[in-house]
Design a protein around this ligand. Sequence first.
Ligand code: F6R
Length: 475
Amino acid sequence: MIVEVIGSKKELENVRPFHIGHLLWGTRSIPKTYGYLGFVPDEGFCLKMVCEEKEPLRTYENFLDPVYRDSAMEAFFQFEPERGGRESSIYLNFEVNANGALLAAYGSGRTYRTYFSKEELDAFGCTAKVEEKRWSFSLCIPLRILEDVYGPLKLGRGSRFTCNFYKISESKQIEHYASCFPIRSEIPSFHVPEYFGEAWIGGCSHRDTHLLYFPHSGVNIKERNDNQEEFFMKIYKAADYKEMSRKAANIIASQVIMKPDCVLGLATGSTPIGTYERLVELYEEGDLDFSDVKTVNLDEYKGLPRTNDQSYYYFMHDNLFDKVNIDPANTNLPDGMEPDSDQECARYEDLIRSLGGVDLQLLGLGHNGHIGFNEPADAFDKETHCVDLQESTIEANKRFFASADEVPKQAYTMGIGTIMRAKKILIVVSGEDKADIVAKAFFGPVTPAVPASILQMHGNVTLVADAAALSKIPE
Ligand code: F6R
Protein backbone atom coordinates (compact mmCIF):
# COMPACT_ATOMS: atom_id res chain seq x y z
CA MET A 1 0.00 0.00 0.00
CA ILE A 2 1.04 3.58 -0.48
CA VAL A 3 0.91 5.71 2.64
CA GLU A 4 0.28 9.22 1.47
CA VAL A 5 2.08 12.20 2.90
CA ILE A 6 -0.36 14.63 4.51
CA GLY A 7 0.05 18.06 6.06
CA SER A 8 -1.84 17.26 9.24
CA LYS A 9 -4.34 14.89 10.80
CA LYS A 10 -7.16 16.98 9.31
CA GLU A 11 -6.28 15.70 5.83
CA LEU A 12 -6.35 12.05 6.83
CA GLU A 13 -9.67 11.21 5.24
CA ASN A 14 -8.53 12.55 1.87
CA VAL A 15 -6.15 9.62 1.44
CA ARG A 16 -7.11 6.47 -0.40
CA PRO A 17 -8.66 4.09 2.16
CA PHE A 18 -7.42 0.54 2.76
CA HIS A 19 -9.96 -2.24 3.17
CA ILE A 20 -10.18 -5.16 5.53
CA GLY A 21 -11.45 -7.67 3.00
CA HIS A 22 -9.71 -11.00 3.63
CA LEU A 23 -11.98 -13.18 5.76
CA LEU A 24 -10.00 -15.57 7.91
CA TRP A 25 -10.34 -18.89 9.67
CA GLY A 26 -13.97 -19.72 8.98
CA THR A 27 -15.32 -16.19 9.36
CA ARG A 28 -18.22 -15.95 6.93
CA SER A 29 -18.81 -12.23 7.03
CA ILE A 30 -17.80 -9.11 8.87
CA PRO A 31 -19.28 -5.62 8.88
CA LYS A 32 -17.61 -3.46 6.23
CA THR A 33 -14.30 -2.30 7.71
CA TYR A 34 -11.75 0.10 6.28
CA GLY A 35 -9.21 2.65 7.35
CA TYR A 36 -6.97 5.57 6.51
CA LEU A 37 -3.25 5.83 7.18
CA GLY A 38 -1.28 9.00 6.48
CA PHE A 39 2.23 10.19 7.24
CA VAL A 40 2.93 13.69 8.53
CA PRO A 41 6.65 14.47 7.92
CA ASP A 42 8.65 14.98 11.12
CA GLU A 43 5.60 14.11 13.21
CA GLY A 44 4.47 10.57 12.57
CA PHE A 45 1.54 8.50 11.38
CA CYS A 46 -2.17 9.19 11.68
CA LEU A 47 -4.53 6.25 11.60
CA LYS A 48 -8.28 6.05 11.52
CA MET A 49 -10.22 2.81 11.22
CA VAL A 50 -13.93 2.54 10.63
CA CYS A 51 -16.26 -0.43 11.10
CA GLU A 52 -19.84 -0.31 9.87
CA GLU A 53 -21.09 -2.32 12.82
CA LYS A 54 -24.11 -1.40 14.87
CA GLU A 55 -23.89 -1.63 18.65
CA PRO A 56 -20.41 -3.12 18.84
CA LEU A 57 -19.58 -5.26 21.84
CA ARG A 58 -17.66 -2.89 24.15
CA THR A 59 -17.02 -4.07 27.66
CA TYR A 60 -13.54 -2.81 28.38
CA GLU A 61 -12.78 0.81 29.14
CA ASN A 62 -9.17 1.21 30.19
CA PHE A 63 -5.76 1.29 28.63
CA LEU A 64 -4.24 -2.18 28.21
CA ASP A 65 -7.55 -4.01 28.82
CA PRO A 66 -8.00 -7.16 26.68
CA VAL A 67 -10.03 -5.30 24.06
CA TYR A 68 -9.68 -8.14 21.54
CA ARG A 69 -12.44 -9.92 23.49
CA ASP A 70 -14.72 -7.06 22.48
CA SER A 71 -15.37 -6.08 18.93
CA ALA A 72 -11.99 -4.61 18.01
CA MET A 73 -9.91 -3.24 15.18
CA GLU A 74 -6.17 -3.65 15.16
CA ALA A 75 -3.13 -2.24 13.42
CA PHE A 76 0.34 -3.81 13.30
CA PHE A 77 3.53 -2.14 12.07
CA GLN A 78 7.09 -3.19 11.63
CA PHE A 79 9.87 -0.78 10.75
CA GLU A 80 13.44 -1.49 9.88
CA PRO A 81 15.91 0.57 11.85
CA GLU A 82 18.31 2.75 9.90
CA ARG A 83 21.42 1.74 11.76
CA GLY A 84 22.28 0.99 15.32
CA GLY A 85 18.65 0.50 16.30
CA ARG A 86 17.28 -2.64 17.78
CA GLU A 87 16.31 -5.68 15.76
CA SER A 88 13.97 -5.19 12.86
CA SER A 89 11.84 -8.13 13.99
CA ILE A 90 10.29 -5.84 16.59
CA TYR A 91 6.75 -4.90 15.67
CA LEU A 92 4.10 -2.69 17.22
CA ASN A 93 0.46 -3.53 17.75
CA PHE A 94 -2.48 -1.26 18.48
CA GLU A 95 -5.81 -2.83 19.42
CA VAL A 96 -8.83 -0.65 20.07
CA ASN A 97 -12.49 -1.24 20.92
CA ALA A 98 -15.46 1.09 20.48
CA ASN A 99 -14.84 2.68 23.89
CA GLY A 100 -11.47 3.85 22.66
CA ALA A 101 -9.69 1.55 25.10
CA LEU A 102 -6.23 1.04 23.67
CA LEU A 103 -4.05 -2.00 24.08
CA ALA A 104 -0.67 -1.19 22.58
CA ALA A 105 2.66 -2.95 22.86
CA TYR A 106 5.85 -3.75 21.01
CA GLY A 107 8.23 -6.67 20.93
CA SER A 108 9.42 -9.46 18.74
CA GLY A 109 7.09 -12.23 19.81
CA ARG A 110 3.48 -12.76 20.63
CA THR A 111 4.06 -13.56 24.26
CA TYR A 112 6.88 -11.37 25.50
CA ARG A 113 5.77 -7.90 24.64
CA THR A 114 6.48 -4.57 26.22
CA TYR A 115 3.36 -2.57 26.90
CA PHE A 116 3.60 1.14 26.26
CA SER A 117 3.72 3.32 29.35
CA LYS A 118 0.78 5.45 30.47
CA GLU A 119 2.55 8.52 29.13
CA GLU A 120 3.12 6.92 25.74
CA LEU A 121 -0.45 5.64 25.58
CA ASP A 122 -1.63 9.20 26.25
CA ALA A 123 0.62 10.46 23.47
CA PHE A 124 -1.17 8.24 20.92
CA GLY A 125 -4.28 10.35 21.62
CA CYS A 126 -6.62 7.46 20.88
CA THR A 127 -10.30 8.35 20.62
CA ALA A 128 -13.32 6.35 19.47
CA LYS A 129 -16.67 7.41 18.16
CA VAL A 130 -19.85 5.31 18.12
CA GLU A 131 -22.53 6.31 15.66
CA GLU A 132 -25.82 4.68 14.79
CA LYS A 133 -24.45 2.47 12.05
CA ARG A 134 -20.73 2.48 12.56
CA TRP A 135 -17.90 3.02 14.96
CA SER A 136 -14.40 4.28 14.45
CA PHE A 137 -11.20 5.11 16.24
CA SER A 138 -8.36 7.52 15.50
CA LEU A 139 -4.86 7.70 16.86
CA CYS A 140 -1.47 9.12 15.99
CA ILE A 141 1.88 7.39 16.31
CA PRO A 142 4.54 10.01 17.07
CA LEU A 143 7.90 9.49 15.39
CA ARG A 144 9.67 10.00 18.69
CA ILE A 145 7.95 6.91 20.13
CA LEU A 146 8.85 4.86 17.05
CA GLU A 147 12.44 6.00 17.35
CA ASP A 148 12.48 5.17 21.07
CA VAL A 149 11.64 1.63 20.01
CA TYR A 150 13.84 1.31 16.93
CA GLY A 151 16.49 3.98 17.06
CA PRO A 152 16.76 6.46 14.17
CA LEU A 153 14.37 5.65 11.31
CA LYS A 154 14.74 8.60 8.91
CA LEU A 155 11.21 8.09 7.64
CA GLY A 156 10.21 10.05 4.56
CA ARG A 157 9.00 9.61 1.02
CA GLY A 158 10.22 6.31 -0.35
CA SER A 159 10.65 4.69 3.09
CA ARG A 160 9.38 1.18 3.30
CA PHE A 161 7.83 -0.67 6.21
CA THR A 162 5.37 -3.51 6.69
CA CYS A 163 1.97 -3.57 8.34
CA ASN A 164 -1.40 -5.25 8.54
CA PHE A 165 -4.82 -4.24 9.79
CA TYR A 166 -7.55 -6.41 11.23
CA LYS A 167 -11.13 -6.58 12.35
CA ILE A 168 -11.34 -9.12 15.10
CA SER A 169 -13.38 -10.32 17.99
CA GLU A 170 -12.40 -13.27 20.06
CA SER A 171 -15.63 -13.56 22.01
CA LYS A 172 -17.82 -16.57 21.29
CA GLN A 173 -20.90 -14.45 20.40
CA ILE A 174 -19.28 -12.70 17.48
CA GLU A 175 -16.08 -14.54 16.71
CA HIS A 176 -14.68 -13.09 13.53
CA TYR A 177 -11.39 -12.34 11.89
CA ALA A 178 -10.47 -10.46 8.76
CA SER A 179 -7.33 -8.74 7.52
CA CYS A 180 -6.19 -6.16 5.03
CA PHE A 181 -3.26 -8.17 3.63
CA PRO A 182 -3.98 -11.88 3.14
CA ILE A 183 -2.77 -14.39 5.71
CA ARG A 184 -1.87 -17.89 4.67
CA SER A 185 -2.03 -19.68 7.98
CA GLU A 186 -4.48 -22.42 8.93
CA ILE A 187 -4.88 -21.28 12.51
CA PRO A 188 -5.49 -17.79 13.93
CA SER A 189 -1.93 -16.54 13.98
CA PHE A 190 -1.94 -13.04 12.63
CA HIS A 191 0.33 -11.70 15.29
CA VAL A 192 3.52 -12.28 13.29
CA PRO A 193 5.30 -10.01 10.84
CA GLU A 194 5.45 -12.63 8.10
CA TYR A 195 1.79 -11.80 7.52
CA PHE A 196 2.35 -8.09 7.18
CA GLY A 197 2.18 -6.43 3.76
CA GLU A 198 4.50 -3.90 2.16
CA ALA A 199 3.91 -0.17 2.60
CA TRP A 200 5.76 2.75 1.11
CA ILE A 201 5.53 6.35 2.18
CA GLY A 202 4.67 8.23 -0.96
CA GLY A 203 1.58 9.76 -2.39
CA CYS A 204 1.01 11.60 -5.63
CA SER A 205 4.56 10.74 -6.28
CA HIS A 206 5.20 11.87 -9.83
CA ARG A 207 4.99 15.44 -8.65
CA ASP A 208 7.82 14.73 -6.27
CA THR A 209 9.87 12.23 -8.15
CA HIS A 210 13.00 13.70 -9.54
CA LEU A 211 12.99 12.53 -13.14
CA LEU A 212 16.14 12.74 -15.16
CA TYR A 213 15.27 12.53 -18.82
CA PHE A 214 17.97 11.63 -21.32
CA PRO A 215 16.41 12.10 -24.75
CA HIS A 216 19.60 11.53 -26.73
CA SER A 217 22.20 9.14 -25.42
CA GLY A 218 22.20 10.76 -22.04
CA VAL A 219 23.43 14.13 -23.26
CA ASN A 220 20.51 16.41 -22.50
CA ILE A 221 19.32 16.16 -18.99
CA LYS A 222 15.88 17.55 -18.38
CA GLU A 223 14.81 17.72 -14.80
CA ARG A 224 11.08 17.74 -14.31
CA ASN A 225 11.37 19.83 -11.21
CA ASP A 226 13.94 21.20 -8.83
CA ASN A 227 12.76 19.15 -5.94
CA GLN A 228 15.85 17.60 -4.42
CA GLU A 229 14.10 14.43 -3.33
CA GLU A 230 16.34 11.53 -2.60
CA PHE A 231 14.89 9.28 -5.24
CA PHE A 232 14.72 9.83 -8.95
CA MET A 233 14.04 7.94 -12.11
CA LYS A 234 16.25 8.10 -15.19
CA ILE A 235 14.56 7.91 -18.54
CA TYR A 236 16.67 7.13 -21.60
CA LYS A 237 14.98 7.72 -24.90
CA ALA A 238 16.18 5.52 -27.74
CA ALA A 239 15.33 6.05 -31.40
CA ASP A 240 14.11 2.51 -31.92
CA TYR A 241 14.08 -1.04 -30.58
CA LYS A 242 17.66 -1.71 -31.66
CA GLU A 243 19.00 1.34 -29.87
CA MET A 244 16.89 0.57 -26.81
CA SER A 245 18.43 -2.90 -26.72
CA ARG A 246 21.99 -1.54 -27.02
CA LYS A 247 21.46 0.99 -24.23
CA ALA A 248 19.91 -1.61 -21.93
CA ALA A 249 22.71 -4.08 -22.69
CA ASN A 250 25.31 -1.39 -21.93
CA ILE A 251 23.73 -0.79 -18.53
CA ILE A 252 23.73 -4.51 -17.73
CA ALA A 253 27.30 -4.82 -19.07
CA SER A 254 28.51 -1.99 -16.84
CA GLN A 255 26.94 -3.71 -13.85
CA VAL A 256 28.80 -6.93 -14.70
CA ILE A 257 32.07 -5.07 -15.32
CA MET A 258 31.84 -3.10 -12.08
CA LYS A 259 30.84 -6.15 -10.04
CA PRO A 260 31.78 -9.38 -11.83
CA ASP A 261 30.02 -11.57 -9.23
CA CYS A 262 26.82 -9.53 -9.25
CA VAL A 263 23.30 -10.93 -9.03
CA LEU A 264 21.24 -10.08 -12.09
CA GLY A 265 17.46 -10.34 -11.98
CA LEU A 266 16.24 -11.31 -15.43
CA ALA A 267 13.01 -11.16 -17.39
CA THR A 268 11.57 -12.98 -20.38
CA GLY A 269 9.08 -11.70 -22.97
CA SER A 270 9.73 -10.20 -26.38
CA THR A 271 11.19 -6.85 -25.22
CA PRO A 272 14.48 -8.04 -23.67
CA ILE A 273 15.37 -10.40 -26.54
CA GLY A 274 17.40 -7.69 -28.31
CA THR A 275 19.12 -6.82 -25.04
CA TYR A 276 20.17 -10.44 -24.59
CA GLU A 277 21.37 -10.57 -28.20
CA ARG A 278 23.57 -7.56 -27.59
CA LEU A 279 24.94 -9.05 -24.35
CA VAL A 280 25.85 -12.19 -26.29
CA GLU A 281 27.67 -10.03 -28.87
CA LEU A 282 29.57 -8.20 -26.13
CA TYR A 283 30.58 -11.57 -24.70
CA GLU A 284 31.66 -12.82 -28.14
CA GLU A 285 33.67 -9.66 -28.69
CA GLY A 286 35.52 -10.43 -25.47
CA ASP A 287 34.12 -7.44 -23.60
CA LEU A 288 32.00 -9.30 -21.10
CA ASP A 289 32.66 -12.17 -18.74
CA PHE A 290 29.74 -13.96 -17.09
CA SER A 291 31.79 -16.59 -15.26
CA ASP A 292 31.02 -15.22 -11.79
CA VAL A 293 27.59 -13.74 -12.50
CA LYS A 294 24.55 -15.18 -10.75
CA THR A 295 21.02 -14.78 -12.03
CA VAL A 296 17.49 -15.04 -10.70
CA ASN A 297 14.54 -14.83 -13.06
CA LEU A 298 11.35 -13.04 -12.28
CA ASP A 299 8.91 -15.80 -13.04
CA GLU A 300 8.09 -19.22 -14.46
CA TYR A 301 4.94 -21.08 -15.49
CA LYS A 302 3.78 -23.63 -12.97
CA GLY A 303 3.43 -27.17 -14.27
CA LEU A 304 5.48 -26.67 -17.43
CA PRO A 305 8.59 -28.84 -17.77
CA ARG A 306 11.87 -27.09 -18.54
CA THR A 307 12.03 -28.94 -21.87
CA ASN A 308 8.86 -27.22 -23.09
CA ASP A 309 9.93 -24.45 -25.45
CA GLN A 310 7.41 -22.10 -23.80
CA SER A 311 8.98 -22.44 -20.36
CA TYR A 312 10.97 -19.46 -19.19
CA TYR A 313 13.80 -21.86 -18.37
CA TYR A 314 13.94 -22.80 -22.06
CA PHE A 315 13.71 -19.13 -23.09
CA MET A 316 16.62 -18.08 -20.89
CA HIS A 317 18.87 -20.89 -22.09
CA ASP A 318 17.90 -20.26 -25.69
CA ASN A 319 18.44 -16.51 -25.58
CA LEU A 320 21.30 -16.09 -23.12
CA PHE A 321 22.59 -18.82 -20.85
CA ASP A 322 23.67 -21.26 -23.56
CA LYS A 323 25.41 -18.51 -25.52
CA VAL A 324 27.65 -16.99 -22.87
CA ASN A 325 30.11 -18.37 -20.30
CA ILE A 326 27.71 -18.32 -17.37
CA ASP A 327 27.87 -21.30 -15.03
CA PRO A 328 24.43 -22.98 -15.29
CA ALA A 329 24.65 -23.68 -11.55
CA ASN A 330 24.58 -19.91 -11.01
CA THR A 331 21.31 -19.43 -12.92
CA ASN A 332 18.02 -19.64 -11.07
CA LEU A 333 14.35 -19.64 -11.96
CA PRO A 334 11.35 -20.69 -9.91
CA ASP A 335 10.88 -24.44 -10.37
CA GLY A 336 7.67 -24.72 -12.37
CA MET A 337 7.49 -28.46 -11.70
CA GLU A 338 7.37 -28.06 -7.92
CA PRO A 339 3.69 -28.68 -7.11
CA ASP A 340 3.88 -27.29 -3.58
CA SER A 341 3.48 -23.55 -4.14
CA ASP A 342 4.20 -22.50 -0.57
CA GLN A 343 7.38 -24.53 -0.50
CA GLU A 344 8.59 -23.28 -3.88
CA CYS A 345 7.83 -19.63 -3.17
CA ALA A 346 9.56 -19.78 0.21
CA ARG A 347 12.55 -21.55 -1.36
CA TYR A 348 12.86 -18.87 -4.04
CA GLU A 349 12.64 -15.98 -1.59
CA ASP A 350 15.26 -17.64 0.64
CA LEU A 351 17.48 -18.20 -2.36
CA ILE A 352 17.35 -14.53 -3.38
CA ARG A 353 18.14 -13.51 0.18
CA SER A 354 21.00 -16.02 0.42
CA LEU A 355 22.54 -14.50 -2.71
CA GLY A 356 22.55 -11.15 -0.95
CA GLY A 357 19.64 -9.73 -2.99
CA VAL A 358 19.48 -8.61 -6.59
CA ASP A 359 22.00 -5.99 -7.75
CA LEU A 360 20.24 -5.12 -11.00
CA GLN A 361 16.74 -6.27 -11.92
CA LEU A 362 15.70 -6.19 -15.58
CA LEU A 363 11.97 -5.79 -16.20
CA GLY A 364 9.58 -5.64 -19.12
CA LEU A 365 6.23 -3.90 -18.91
CA GLY A 366 2.87 -5.53 -19.64
CA HIS A 367 0.12 -3.60 -21.46
CA ASN A 368 -1.87 -3.42 -18.24
CA GLY A 369 1.14 -2.33 -16.22
CA HIS A 370 2.09 -5.77 -14.95
CA ILE A 371 5.66 -6.56 -13.98
CA GLY A 372 6.62 -10.20 -13.63
CA PHE A 373 3.24 -11.86 -13.27
CA ASN A 374 2.05 -9.20 -10.83
CA GLU A 375 -1.26 -8.24 -12.40
CA PRO A 376 -3.39 -5.21 -11.45
CA ALA A 377 -4.80 -5.84 -7.98
CA ASP A 378 -6.07 -4.16 -4.83
CA ALA A 379 -2.75 -4.48 -3.04
CA PHE A 380 0.89 -4.96 -3.93
CA ASP A 381 2.06 -8.53 -3.40
CA LYS A 382 4.96 -8.80 -1.09
CA GLU A 383 6.98 -11.85 -1.94
CA THR A 384 7.31 -14.65 -4.47
CA HIS A 385 3.86 -16.19 -4.88
CA CYS A 386 1.77 -18.40 -7.12
CA VAL A 387 -0.71 -16.57 -9.37
CA ASP A 388 -3.73 -17.82 -11.26
CA LEU A 389 -3.30 -16.58 -14.80
CA GLN A 390 -6.05 -14.36 -16.08
CA GLU A 391 -8.41 -15.94 -18.62
CA SER A 392 -7.23 -13.44 -21.24
CA THR A 393 -3.58 -14.48 -20.72
CA ILE A 394 -4.48 -18.18 -21.04
CA GLU A 395 -6.46 -17.41 -24.19
CA ALA A 396 -3.59 -15.36 -25.67
CA ASN A 397 -1.06 -18.11 -24.91
CA LYS A 398 -3.10 -20.91 -26.49
CA ARG A 399 -1.43 -20.44 -29.85
CA PHE A 400 1.97 -21.36 -28.44
CA PHE A 401 0.89 -24.78 -27.21
CA ALA A 402 -0.03 -28.04 -28.91
CA SER A 403 -3.38 -28.19 -27.11
CA ALA A 404 -5.39 -25.91 -24.85
CA ASP A 405 -4.87 -28.34 -21.95
CA GLU A 406 -1.15 -27.73 -22.07
CA VAL A 407 -1.50 -23.99 -21.44
CA PRO A 408 -0.41 -23.35 -17.87
CA LYS A 409 -3.09 -21.96 -15.57
CA GLN A 410 -0.72 -20.73 -12.91
CA ALA A 411 2.73 -19.21 -12.57
CA TYR A 412 5.28 -18.47 -9.89
CA THR A 413 6.43 -14.87 -9.75
CA MET A 414 8.57 -12.63 -7.61
CA GLY A 415 6.28 -10.28 -5.69
CA ILE A 416 6.33 -6.51 -5.93
CA GLY A 417 8.20 -6.46 -2.62
CA THR A 418 10.83 -8.83 -4.01
CA ILE A 419 11.28 -6.62 -7.07
CA MET A 420 11.42 -3.44 -4.99
CA ARG A 421 14.20 -4.88 -2.85
CA ALA A 422 16.52 -5.02 -5.91
CA LYS A 423 19.26 -2.43 -5.52
CA LYS A 424 18.81 -1.15 -9.09
CA ILE A 425 16.01 -1.62 -11.58
CA LEU A 426 16.22 -1.40 -15.36
CA ILE A 427 12.95 -1.47 -17.25
CA VAL A 428 12.84 -1.79 -21.03
CA VAL A 429 9.82 -0.79 -23.08
CA SER A 430 9.27 -0.59 -26.80
CA GLY A 431 6.46 0.24 -29.18
CA GLU A 432 3.57 2.63 -29.56
CA ASP A 433 1.21 0.07 -28.07
CA LYS A 434 2.98 0.63 -24.73
CA ALA A 435 2.86 4.46 -24.88
CA ASP A 436 -0.34 4.73 -22.81
CA ILE A 437 0.86 2.42 -20.08
CA VAL A 438 4.28 4.10 -19.89
CA ALA A 439 2.57 7.45 -19.29
CA LYS A 440 0.24 5.93 -16.70
CA ALA A 441 2.85 3.88 -14.87
CA PHE A 442 5.57 6.52 -14.59
CA PHE A 443 3.62 9.78 -14.63
CA GLY A 444 0.34 8.73 -13.01
CA PRO A 445 -0.55 7.98 -9.41
CA VAL A 446 1.11 5.09 -7.64
CA THR A 447 -1.51 2.39 -7.33
CA PRO A 448 -1.68 -1.42 -7.27
CA ALA A 449 -4.14 -1.07 -10.19
CA VAL A 450 -1.01 -0.26 -12.25
CA PRO A 451 1.62 -2.51 -10.64
CA ALA A 452 4.63 -0.88 -12.38
CA SER A 453 3.67 2.50 -10.87
CA ILE A 454 5.31 1.34 -7.64
CA LEU A 455 8.67 1.76 -9.37
CA GLN A 456 8.25 5.51 -8.87
CA MET A 457 8.97 4.78 -5.22
CA HIS A 458 12.23 2.96 -5.86
CA GLY A 459 15.40 4.95 -5.38
CA ASN A 460 17.23 3.72 -8.47
CA VAL A 461 15.16 3.00 -11.57
CA THR A 462 16.25 3.44 -15.16
CA LEU A 463 13.66 3.32 -17.90
CA VAL A 464 15.07 2.67 -21.34
CA ALA A 465 12.38 3.04 -23.97
CA ASP A 466 12.11 3.82 -27.63
CA ALA A 467 10.57 7.04 -28.93
CA ALA A 468 7.28 5.29 -29.72
CA ALA A 469 6.86 4.03 -26.16
CA LEU A 470 7.69 7.52 -24.80
CA SER A 471 5.39 9.32 -27.22
CA LYS A 472 2.71 10.01 -24.61
CA ILE A 473 4.75 11.08 -21.60
CA PRO A 474 4.11 14.63 -20.45
CA GLU A 475 6.66 17.16 -21.63
C1 F6R B 1 8.46 -11.79 -18.25
C2 F6R B 1 7.61 -10.94 -17.49
C3 F6R B 1 6.50 -10.13 -18.09
C4 F6R B 1 6.90 -9.33 -19.32
C5 F6R B 1 5.72 -8.47 -19.83
C6 F6R B 1 6.05 -7.76 -21.10
O1 F6R B 1 9.41 -12.45 -17.40
O2 F6R B 1 7.79 -10.95 -16.34
O3 F6R B 1 6.03 -9.26 -17.08
O4 F6R B 1 7.98 -8.51 -19.03
O5 F6R B 1 4.61 -9.30 -20.04
O6 F6R B 1 6.18 -8.68 -22.13
P1 F6R B 1 6.71 -8.25 -23.56
O7 F6R B 1 8.11 -7.82 -23.41
O8 F6R B 1 6.60 -9.52 -24.38
O9 F6R B 1 5.81 -7.17 -24.05
